[in-house]
Design a protein around this ligand. Structure first.
Ligand code: PGA
Length: 252
């Protein structure tokens, strides 16, 4: 049985004062326990957030990581630095990184490899654009993203990943995938992993893209949806807590 996981991706939002308010709301709700919960603040706030979460049942993650471990890479943050700051998780290959910052499948694979080597748990993001879905290419695109990672990392390392299916058309748009659409793609991803020889039954596959307190219960009830990667709603303590409770309820 896969433990449900809910991850908050704060993206480039927050300030020390705002983070404090959000964190005190989350800690009051005490959402972890039966499920795994993590939040991913921007790099400069990792230490602040990590300190606030000490002893809590919410773990810390980052939104990006360098593929290199140390040296002359101005502006980069290495996997070992994230581990040093107390991160357990790191999001890799988010569609915003792919589309705005030119991350290719090769870069994504290199980052995953480096993150695993540092003992981090990477969350690999995959997903198709609206145009690709409308052309009937969603499975081809997502299948290729998954296959390139398995090929680069090998089946044992691929089994260590969490995968987040995030249809690009659903991210930040309020247009959430239907539970059937999401379940079908999650089933497809698990099948692809299986076919490549990865022990896919144990791989958690999260859904991301306009997850809200309203949409979470039916999404999380799908057999291949093991939790969520939550953007906008993770910035509101009450909404994020409600989403975590929805996951816990399904897990009960
Ligand atoms: P959203 O973002 O929940 O705001 O759609 C999800 C994500 O990009 O991870």
């Amino acid at each position: 049985m896969r433990k449900k996981l809910v991850v908050g991706n704060w993206k480039m939002n927050g300030s020390r004062a705002q983070n404090e308010g959000l964190l005190s709301g989350l800690l009051e709700e005490d959402v972890g326990g039966r499920i795994d919960v993590a939040v991913c603040p921007p790099f400069p706030y990792l230490e602040q957030v990590g300190r606030a979460l000490a002893g809590a049942r919410i773990s810390l993650g980052a939104q990006n990581v360098s593929a290199f471990d140390a040296g002359a890479y101005t502006g980069e943050v290495s996997p070992s630095m994230l581990a040093d700051l107390g991160c357990d998780w790191v999001i890799v290959g988010h569609s915003e990184r792919r589309s705005l910052f030119g991350e290719t499948d090769e870069v994504v694979a290199a980052k995953l490899r480096a993150a695993l080597a540092a003992g981090l748990k990477p969350i690999l993001c995959v997903g198709e654009t609206l145009a690709q879905r409308e052309c009937g290419e969603a499975e081809v695109v997502v299948g290729a993203q998954v296959a390139s990672v398995v090929e680069a990392l090998g089946v044992a390392a691929a089994a260590e990943l969490v995968v987040a299916y995030e249809p690009v058309w659903a991210i930040g748009t309020g247009r959430v995938a239907s539970p059937d659409q999401a379940q079908a793609m999650h089933r497809f991803i698990r099948g692809r992993l299986e076919a490549a020889g990865v022990a896919a039954a144990g791989v958690r596959i999260l859904y991301g893209g306009s997850v809200s307190a309203e949409s979470a219960p039916t999404l999380f009830a799908q057999p291949d949806i093991d939790g969520g990667l939550v953007g906008g709603a993770s910035l509101v303590a009450a909404a994020f807590s409600e989403i975590c409770r929805a996951a816990a309820l399904v897990a009960a």
